[in-house]
Structures are given as structure tokens and as C-alpha cells.
Ligand binder design. Structure first.
Ligand code: SF4
Length: 362
């Protein structure tokens, strides 16, 4: 047993029909990697992301000509999942997209061209009833703050965020989500911790330019995971140089690892040791592949020996404990059938089907 994470209380903001902050679950986000002008490919990818467990999708709107594309995307997606328009530099794009049915606009106020232009974006979003994400980012921090802090620091990121929150407050617009991202993990952790002490707006977590899965997963798990463990964060995106569906899978693994939310199978596998007598690594990979799209929220163990396996994995609902050329299938640590090595995978999958029937899970 362990003490569950206590989340810091934040205000609720509605992104389309999805609530973020307040009592809502921590939301998983991703961003499309297709060309926005390729409406068909972008819609396809958005639907794949939704199927993988994504709850909010961001789409880049790099130029004014892309506004028509995102309009078509929003129409075709038809509220299946909220679409967030990602806008940089050109405040007119932010104003234009606010009118085409997107559920939120993300801007970095620091790169949109000054207070008056941000004011006009706020007016447009207010008129169209959609929230704004204030993205403060180590890459687009205001020059005066870089000078004041002698470079990009966590305090500089926080001061920028507070400056913009105060500005939005004066404009009478607090339908906002805040991010203070950095590519430096300790810096983003410090910035979010300090910011969460000062404000109660929903926080969008992320490590920018986290990299390829090899490093990006580690950076995101440490950066985002540390904050979530502190109870900080209401939504997040794992940024990877990879297919965006991978971002969503990793995001769910972070939530599952922290015991915050469950989705699909949680696989426990032993690291193997001198007692292992079968090719357990390949068996564990086959189990993972076979259960990749299984939505049943159970723990499945793949253990290398019968001596310690069932006991070590007794928290698992079902699992394999391998022996020499054979193994047992166990449920909650209790062996229920013995099978040859080549039958173990199917034996496990059959048992999972039985669990589904018992749970009335379709
Ligand atoms: S479960 Fe058995 S094989 Fe796997 S690491 Fe533990 S002792 Fe070794």
C-alpha cells in the first residue's frame, strides 16, 4: 500500500466538452505531426490519437492560409475530441482561428508581438467563448526577463507567466491554462513548482524538445512524473520525436506508473536472472504486443521462474511464471494451469478472455 497522490486544487477550464483542472482527471494531450493543409491525413491522425487515449489534440496553424484547413478539420472531427489551434508570431491567425470552432487557442504571448496584439487575441477568444493557453517557454522568453535574470531561469519563466496572467486578469479574461516549459528537466520542475505555489489556474505540463523516444521518454517521465507525483499538473503532453501515438502511449504509462489513472493492461515483467530457463525477453515482448490495444485495466505479469514469480507478482491479476521448457499461468499469485513453453502466450491470452467475461467487459 502507499499514500495516494494529493492533487493541488485548481480552477476548471472547459476545452470543448473536456474539463481540465478542478476535479477532472489529468488529461492526456498530443499534437498532430501531419501537414495541416493535408486535411485528410490530419483527421486520420487525430482519430488514431483519440483511439490511443488522447483527450485533447493540438494542431499547428503556421500561416493564415492554414485557417481554412483547420476549419475543415474541426468540421470533420465534429466534437469527437477537442481541437486546440497552435499559433505563433501572427496574432491575426489567433484571431481568425478563434472563429472556426476550435476549442482552445495556444499562444506564447512573448512571441505574438506585444500587449496590444495579445489584447486583440483575448477579445476574439472572449467573443467566441474559448479558452487560451498561455505558453511560457524557455525558447520565447521576453528579452527584459532574460536580461534581469542573466539568462533563462525558472524564476524568469515564472515571472513571465505571472506577468501575462496579470495582463489577462486586467483584460477580464481568466479562462486560461498555463505552461512554463523548458527543455531542461530540473528547470521545468522548479518553474512549475514555483508557479503552482502562486496561482490556481490549470497547469499544462511538458518538457520541450525532449527528443527521440530513448531520451524523450526518460526526460518526460522524470520531469512530468515528478510534478504529477507532487500533485502538480492538470494536463500534459509528452513531446517525442516520434509518431504522436507514441506520445499518448507514454503519457498513459506515466499515469499508470504513478497510480493516477488506469487504461489498458499494465504489464509487470521480471528483469530475468540466472534462474530464467526460457527466452523470457521475447515472451514478454510478445505479450506486450498482443495486449497493445487491450483496454481491460488489469495487471499482467511475465516472470522468469516459478520459485519467486507468482509471489513477486502477486499484485498481478494474471501472469506467467516460466520454468524449464514449460511454465504456469497464475491468477493473483495462485497457479491455475501448467503449459509447455510454446503454449504459454495463448494460455495467458485465454485466461485474459475469461477475466473479461467474468468482469462483463466487452
Ligand atoms: S522472477 Fe525469478 S527469474 Fe525473474 S528475476 Fe526474479 S528470481 Fe530471477
Amino acid at each position: 500500500m502507499y499514500t495516494p497522490i494529493k492533487r493541488k486544487k485548481t480552477r476548471e477550464v472547459k476545452i470543448g466538452n473536456i474539463g481540465v483542472g478542478g476535479n477532472n482527471p489529468i488529461r492526456v494531450q498530443s499534437m498532430t505531426s501531419t501537414k495541416t493543409e493535408d486535411v485528410e491525413a490530419t483527421v486520420k491522425q487525430i482519430l488514431e490519437l483519440k483511439e490511443a487515449g488522447c483527450e485533447i489534440v493540438r494542431v499547428a496553424v503556421p500561416s493564415r492560409k492554414h485557417v481554412e484547413s483547420i476549419k475543415k478539420i474541426v468540421e470533420q472531427i465534429n466534437n469527437v475530441i477537442p481541437i486546440v489551434a497552435d499559433v505563433h508570431f501572427d496574432y491575426k491567425i489567433a484571431i481568425m482561428v478563434s472563429e472556426v470552432g476550435v476549442s482552445k487557442v495556444r499562444i506564447n504571448p512573448g512571441n505574438i508581438g506585444g500587449f496590444q496584439k495579445v489584447r486583440e487575441v483575448i477579445s476574439a477568444c472572449k467573443l467566441n467563448g474559448i479558452p487560451i493557453r498561455i505558453g511560457v517557454n524557455s525558447g520565447s522568453l521576453e528579452k527584459d526577463l532574460i536580461d534581469k535574470y542573466n539568462g533563462v531561469t525558472a524564476d524568469a519563466l515564472v515571472e513571465s507567466a505571472i506577468r501575462w496572467i496579470d495582463f489577462f486578469d486586467k483584460e477580464g479574461f481568466l479562462d486560461i491554462v498555463i505552461s512554463v516549459k523548458s527543455s531542461i528537466v530540473p528547470q521545468m520542475i522548479e518553474a512549475y513548482r514555483k508557479l503552482s505555489e502562486k496561482v490556481d489556474f490549470p497547469l499544462h505540463l511538458g518538457v520541450t524538445e525532449a527528443g527521440t523516444p530513448k531520451t524523450g521518454i526518460i526526460k518526460s517521465a522524470i520531469g512530468i512524473g515528478s510534478l504529477l507525483y507532487d500533485g502538480i499538473g492538470d494536463t500534459f503532453r509528452v513531446s517525442l520525436t516520434a509518431e504522436p501515438v507514441e506520445e499518448v502511449k507514454v503519457a498513459w504509462e506515466i499515469l499508470k506508473a504513478l497510480g493516477i489513472r488506469s487504461r489498458g493492461v499494465d504489464i509487470i515483467a521480471c528483469p530475468t536472472c540466472g534462474r530464467t530457463k526460457i527466452d523470457l525477453i521475447s515472451l514478454a515482448e510478445k505479450v506486450e504486443k498482443a495486449l497493445e490495444n487491450e483496454k481491460l485495466p488489469i495487471k499482467v505479469a511475465v516472470m522468469g521462474c516459478e520459485v519467486n514469480g507468482p509471489g513477486e507478482a502477486s499484485i498481478a491479476d494474471v501472469g506467467i511464471a516460466a520454468g524449464k521448457n514449460q511454465g504456469v499461468i497464475f491468477r493473483k499469485g495462485v497457479p491455475i494451469k501448467r503449459l509447455k513453453e510454446e503454449e504459454l502466450l495463448n494460455g495467458l491470452l485465454e485466461e485474459i478472455e475469461k477475466i473479461k467475461e467474468e468482469m462483463g467487459y466487452k
